[in-house]
Unconditional design. Structure first.
Length: 200
């Protein structure tokens, strides 16, 4: 089975620019995020399909790419971002005032954190592993439009690296991380590759 997953992080949102925790909140793409999605489409081809998180910043990115390539988009809730619960919509300085110890733990041992009203990385990993298992049964290159947290976990899974390394990985907006199915498992073949975007 020759399966390749192109994991695309959605384009920029205003919350990205303001460095707010987004999680499963649903801000739209900014104008720059839409431009990033158009440019990504110019560098892609030969896909067997596109699957997206249902959150609008990912789905809008996928739709822009799909429209340019003449493809359909399906959604999969397993690709939704890590739920940050009560942290969503806040900046780090605001979180530090209300949850100083939890923020410290998130920076030092992210695998031990369960967000108030949200998820843990273990719960996110369960969703991601389930998706990867299903994706491995289909051949050809698939574009997967998702979020930084989901892509980080997929990458760590491919590397056989523990979730404690989660915060050491950076996934830029509109970048592609590539996994390839070989010998019964996914391997990382390309990491966080940013694509050219429109200027301005």
């Amino acid at each position: 089975m020759n399966t390749t997953l192109l994991l695309l992080r959605h384009g920029e949102t205003e919350w990205n620019r303001l460095e707010r925790y987004q999680g499963q909140s649903d801000p739209p793409l900014s104008w720059r995020g839409e431009a990033q999605a158009r440019c990504v489409a110019q560098h892609l081809g030969g896909l067997r399909g596109i699957v997206s998180s249902p959150l609008q910043r990912a789905y809008s990115t996928a739709r822009i790419v799909a429209d340019q390539l003449g493809l359909a988009v399906t959604t999969d809730a397993r690709l939704s971002e890590l739920a940050y619960g009560e942290w969503e919509g806040l900046r780090q300085a605001e979180v530090k005032v209300r949850w100083p110890e939890l923020l410290r733990q998130w920076k030092q041992s992210p695998d031990l954190v369960s967000f108030p009203g949200g998820e843990s990385l273990a719960e996110l990993r369960k969703r991601v592993v389930s998706f990867l298992s299903d994706a491995a049964t289909q051949s050809g290159p698939l574009l997967v439009v998702s979020h930084a947290g989901v892509i980080k976990v997929a990458m760590l899974e491919a590397l056989g690296t523990p979730l404690s390394a989660f915060r050491q990985v950076q996934i830029p907006n509109a970048s592609i991380t590539t996994l390839s199915w070989q010998e019964g498992r996914f391997y990382l073949v390309g990491y966080g590759k940013p694509l050219p975007t429109e200027s301005g």
